[in-house]
Design a protein around this ligand. Structure first.
Ligand code: EPZ
Length: 418
């Protein structure tokens, strides 16, 4: 089924929007639920494509997974299979969490090289380094990681890069390892903390999540738990960009303003109005954005996943802006699509130089990955005329009912299913 989004731009979006649960927490927490031989209830789960794919993989491994409005009931008692279905694994990056979870639960795992957005090579060397340090034997055979660990044993692991995925995967495998594991130069992203909190609610012993050193004392078993996951900080940042881009006034409910400090700071540098509450953010567009520079960094720096939507905002700034993408080596594939809408952007390696134009114009464009799709929605909402976005499947992987939330805010957007 090929869906397209049709947007008639130029409307200032007004009103309130509620942020869904974090995609990048949801996929890791679901995988972590496989570690216990009991029932977990995960609340505030976003109903997105990646959750559906992971549900199918978990069921293939022997878990019972029941989606009820916004929550999932996982009965992992019957998990007995260690071989994840290859055709599902290759659809998302988070499939790699099944390696750590299955090693921790069964002592073995067979999981294909994961898929994921085409934004760089997406290596797995730090995952392999950490899991091998815990005693796992890992070899790549016909495109699948074949992993065995008779006894996982705690170790000190230094991550050459503060990899979110490697930090989480090592945590999953280390929870029931014998002894203590220390992850040095760990990722500090909020969803790493979310996964650690979920594991601790199951009886794990993890300290230091959210800092660059995470300590895990292995425990013999984990029990079921009920847990509610964090709001999605990247969805939050996308709404912030949309409010600024459309000269609108949007209150973003059920978010964590503290997680958005770098994003709020950049919007204020652009001259936008940002109001922070306990669990909401209000962003108002105040005219043409000022040209600024943005460098993507690991948390708490500016998130790489918001580089694309913010580049769109800067494409109509009152001068020349510079974006440096420090996390991925090729996260500018969407720029060609933006050029079709009139953006003036030069890309040299990891640097995008953006000369602000007065306005973008609507035309037919295609999403090249999840956050590129979000960026094209931002572009369509502020462009003159009509924009048609194809490859909406990428957008559905990470945003729950995006057009419905936009319609409530006054956007003229419709989904056409061919
Ligand atoms: C997670 O990907 C997110 N995905 C990504 O979000 C996000 O962009 C990324 O973290 C950074 O925040 C999920 O959580 C499912 P990394 P992940 O390991 O874990 C290098 C989205 O749009 N690296 O932190 O794959 C890697 O090449 C997606 O929601 C190695 O060199 O990211 C990159 O340069 C896109 N070796 C850097 O580390 C490894 O073994 C950060 O990658 C692993 C990573």
């Amino acid at each position: 089924m090929k869906d397209r989004l049709v947007i008639r731009g130029g409307k200032a979006l007004q009103g309130e929007v509620r942020v869904s649960g974090s995609k990048n927490s949801a996929v890791a927490v679901l995988a972590a639920a496989l570690l216990c031989d009991g029932v977990c209830i995960v609340e505030n789960l976003p109903m997105i494509e990646d959750v559906c794919i992971l549900k199918a993989m978990m069921e293939a491994l022997g878990a019972q997974v029941e989606l009820r409005e916004g929550a999932v009931h996982v009965d992992a008692t019957g998990v007995c299979c260690h071989h994840a279905p290859l055709e599902l694994v290759r659809q998302m990056r988070a499939s790699n969490y099944l390696i750590g979870a299955l090693l921790g639960r069964l002592g073995k795992a067979q999981v294909g090289i994961p898929g994921g957005c085409d934004i760089g090579t997406r290596p797995m060397d730090l995952h392999e380094k950490g899991l091998r340090a815990l005693g796992a034997n890992i070899r790549l055979s016909r495109g699948e990681y074949v992993c065995v660990a008779n006894q996982l044993t705690g170790a000190e692991i230094y991550l050459d890069q503060a990899s979110v995925g490697a930090s989480i995967n090592i945590m999953l495998a280390a929870c029931k390892a014998k002894g203590r594991t220390t992850i040095v130069n760990a990722a500090r992203e909020p969803h790493v903390v979310d996964v650690a909190n979920f594991l601790n609610s199951m009886g794990a012993s993890i300290k230091g999540a959210g800092t660059d050193t995470i300590r895990i004392n292995g425990v013999p078993r984990l029990h079921g738990s009920t847990y509610s996951i964090l709001p999605d900080m990247i969805e939050t940042g996308t709404w912030m960009a949309i409010a600024a881009a459309t000269q609108g006034d949007i209150t973003i409910r059920d978010c964590v303003p503290y997680h958005m400090e770098s994003v709020s700071a950049k919007l204020m540098e652009m001259g936008m109005y940002v109001e922070e509450g306990e669990d909401y953010l209000r962003v108002k567009g105040t005219g043409r954005p000022h040209a600024i520079s943005i460098s993507t960094m690991y948390y708490p720096g500016f998130p790489t996943d918001l580089q694309q939507p913010f580049a769109v905002l800067l494409s109509v700034a009152d001068g020349s802006s510079v974006i440096t993408e420090n996390i991925y080596e090729s996260r500018y594939k969407y720029i060609d699509e933006l050029r079709r809408m009139g953006a003036k952007v030069r890309v040299v390696d990891r640097i995008a130089m953006i000369d602000g134009v007065d306005a973008l114009w609507g035309t037919a464009v295609s999403a090249t990955d999840l956050r590129a799709g979000a960026a094209l929605i931002v572009a369509g909402l502020m462009a003159d005329g009509t924009t048609t976005i194809s490859n909406v499947k990428y957008i559905d992987r990470g945003y729950e009912r995006i057009e419905k939330k936009l319609q409530v805010l006054g956007a003229d957007i419709t989904r056409i299913t061919e």
